[in-house]
Structures are given as structure tokens and as C-alpha cells.
Write a protein that binds this ligand. Structure first.
Ligand SMILES: [Zn+2]
Ligand SMILES: [Zn+2]
Length: 303
């Protein structure tokens, strides 16, 4: 099959992805073979390609927002329309970043498998979707409804999942939150999905992004209450904020923008170092800020 292969990470300007012929993978007994029809590009792909994330498989095929059709089933995959978790040849499916978990660690057994101690990731520790075919465990493959085009569905498989998870962690998810003030730091793919969900739920959204031309105007178009530079404080204190930009220097900035009891969610897979901060005086003023990280950053970068 044809694929874009990363042999060793390098700056993207030096074109480290090589397009060429590789062996088509065979599905393991609990896996599906999927013919890729679309694969979106994520900032994390760039982190893999440029080596911000350590090499975990080499060579590797990046890409983890995959839409395709099932073309072969592993021996133990159930093919029965009536059975939950079954798949059929020709079925349209999606494959996302979380490729497989160990299923036994304390995070998996408590319903938090995104924090698994022994995970595999599509396009990083396993080959991904910048290719004609990909294999993935059936238990981690999504059946996709027909009312999306492939190109519309693909970004939902990372930006959509991450964005929705972050929005849930902020607590701003019920209709009882009209007028809640949500900050979004970094306005790429996930940010532009989240603003639409948050606005539909009645929240006011404050977008901080350094990209003046494209991201700031898209944020305004999508109904942001205020749009500004990432380092300038929003005009009101925020009930919650999400940092999507991989920029650790935004953490103290966003914490200072929070209202009492506010929640800050870190949505990135990779983040530059978080600067130390003499935060105590403000910490006293906002004593109940909570901070969540969607992934265990230190563990991910260490492994
Ligand atoms: Zn991604
Ligand atoms: Zn686990």
C-alpha cells in the first residue's frame, strides 16, 4: 500500500515524511483492517513528526483522525448486526488517537481509560492513517453515522473528542449554565468545535489566540463574546477556561483570568514548560481554582 512514513523526526520544513510503498498490515484477531478514505491532520501529528513527542515506533505512519471502511475482520471480531460491538465488511468507521488500552490498570477499571498506564496511540506507538490501510482493535473503532461526509467526520475523531472531553471537565455542559463564561486559549480545530457546543449551551465564550487573521476572525464569526491576544486578560473573570495551545506559559495567565472556584482544563497532548509563578497572592484571592489535565503529560512524554 502507499503511505507517508516517518523514519526519523525532523523540522517539518525539511519534509521528514516519505511517501512510498509499504506492506499492507494484516488485522490481529481482535482487530479490523480499514481502508482509509480520509485522515485529518492534527497538531499532535506535527509533534510526532518534529520529535516533540519521543520516538515510540520507528518507522511510523502518523495520522489519528481516520475515516474509512472495514475491509477485513480479525478472527475474533463478531460480525453480526444485532450484537453490540460487532462490525461488518463495508461498514463506515472511525479510528482515533487512543488506539488501545491495557484494560486492567486502575484508570481503565474506573472508567478513565484516557489516563491508562499502558496505552497505545494511533500514529505514534502504532501505525496511523496517512496510508491506504490501517489496522485497529475493534473495541476502539467507532461506527460512524451516515449523516456526516468523510471530510466532516475526520476532525471530530481528535479535535471533536478532545474538545468535548475538555468542555465536560469544565462543568459547563448543562442548560443550567446560561451566561457561564468560558475562556478558550488557542483556537485551532478543537477550539472551533468547542465554541459551537458552548454557545449552543448558552455560555459566553472568550477566545484568546495570537493568530489575528484567521483564528480571531473565525472566533468572532462563530459568536465569541470577546476575542483577544493570548496574553491580554479577558474583560471579565472566567468560570472556566480550556488551554488548547501547546504553550505552558499560558497556564499562569489563564489561572489569573479565572473567577473564584474556576476550572482550568489543559487539553493538549504536548505542552512547553509551565513557567514558575509567584502565584500566592492571587491564589489566596482565588483559592478554589481546580486544574485538570486531559492526559498525563509527564507520563506521556517520559514513555
Ligand atoms: Zn490529535
Ligand atoms: Zn489501563
Amino acid at each position: 500500500m502507499k503511505a507517508c512514513v516517518l523514519k526519523s523526526p525532523a523540522p517539518i520544513d525539511s519534509r521528514p515524511l516519505e511517501f512510498g510503498e509499504v506492506k499492507t498490515p494484516l488485522p490481529g484477531e481482535d482487530e479490523l483492517l480499514v481502508r482509509v478514505t480520509a485522515c485529518a491532520i492534527c497538531r499532535t501529528d506535527l509533534h510526532v513528526v518534529e520529535g516533540d513527542l519521543p520516538v515510540r515506533r520507528s518507522p511510523v505512519i502518523p495520522g489519528h483522525q481516520i475515516v474509512g471502511e472495514v475491509v477485513a475482520l480479525g478472527a475474533k471480531v463478531v460480525s453480526d448486526d444485532r450484537a453490540e460491538g460487532s462490525f461488518n465488511i463495508g461498514q463506515r468507521v472511525g479510528v482515533a488517537w487512543l488506539h488501545r488500552t491495557d484494560g486492567v490498570c486502575r484508570f481503565c477499571v474506573s472508567g478513565r481509560e484516557n489516563l491508562c498506564e499502558g496505552p497505545d496511540f494511533t500514529g505514534w506507538t502504532r501505525d496511523g492513517g496517512f496510508a491506504e490501510y490501517v489496522v485497529a482493535p475493534a473495541a476502539f473503532v467507532y461506527s460512524l453515522p451516515q449523516n456526516f461526509k468523510d471530510l466532516q467526520a475526520a476532525p471530530l475523531l481528535c479535535a471533536g473528542i478532545i474538545g468535548y472531553r475538555c468542555l465536560r471537565l469544565t462543568g459547563i455542559e448543562q442548560k443550567e449554565w446560561p451566561g457561564a463564561r468560558l475562556g478558550i486559549y488557542g483556537f485551532g480545530a478543537a477550539g472551533h468545535v468547542v465554541i459551537q457546543l458552548a454557545r449552543a449551551r448558552g455560555a459566553d465564550v472568550y477566545v484568546c489566540t495570537r493568530d489575528r487573521e484567521r483564528h480571531q476572525s473565525l472566533a468572532s464569526e462563530l459568536g465569541a463574546k470577546w476575542v483577544g491576544n493570548a496574553m491580554s486578560p479577558p474583560p471579565v473573570k472566567l468560570d472556566a477556561a480550556i488551554i488548547f495551545a501547546p504553550a505552558g506559559e499560558l497556564v499562569p495567565v489563564a489561572l489569573q483570568a479565572l473567577e473564584k472556584g474556576g476550572v482550568l482544563v489543559l487539553g493538549g497532548i504536548h505542552m512547553s514548560p509551565i513557567p514558575s509563578s509567584s502565584f500566592l497572592p492571587r491564589q489566596r484571592a482565588f483559592p478554589f481554582a481546580r486544574m485538570y489535565s486531559l492526559f498525563h503529560l509527564s507520563k506521556l512524554t517520559r514513555r
